[in-house]
Design a protein around this ligand. Sequence first.
Ligand SMILES: [Fe+2]
Length: 196
Amino acid sequence: MALPTDVAARRARACKTFLEQAHAATAAEGINPSTLHAIKLKLVAFAKRTELFPLADFAMPEAQARNHPLLVEDNDGYGLYLTISLPGKEAAPHDHGIWCANAAISGRERHVFYRRTDDGKQNGHAIVVKVGEVVVEPGTGIVMADHDIHSTEVVGDRPAIGLSLYGYALARFPSVTWFHPEYSSVRATPSRRHAA
Ligand SMILES: [Fe+2]
């Protein structure tokens, strides 16, 4: 049985290797549906290495959810996080403005995907329609392009724990757009692109 410090060191090395592979996957062609798919498969494979992510190394959220940075690159590099969402945690439909991939380590989270159908010309107004859904559980994951829209909901009575890879670090996130389908409304959070 390895000591916790050994696990942390192995995890750090594995995260570095993973990000090198993610960059290699996009180096030639950039970000497109095919390279995003490749990134998702790599993240799903990485999340299956559960021995690298013992729960004792990651504090539970006090409420709702918590992101633990695993490896966050400088400047406009990628951000890799271990995310824990408690049972009952939900997020309304939103668009991150930057691509991301998620893969489950344990637990289950439902992602519902939407498409915006209005022309975006009326301030505060938006219409989104559901286009699909997937339950992310161990062995599966999702990937989203810059302006894909999803909502999330933890399914069942266990926390949903997973890996999240974002095209930018969370601290340098662009504006996130939140949709309220019931009221056909939309609002955007301030961009953090110049904050960090
Ligand atoms: Fe999201």
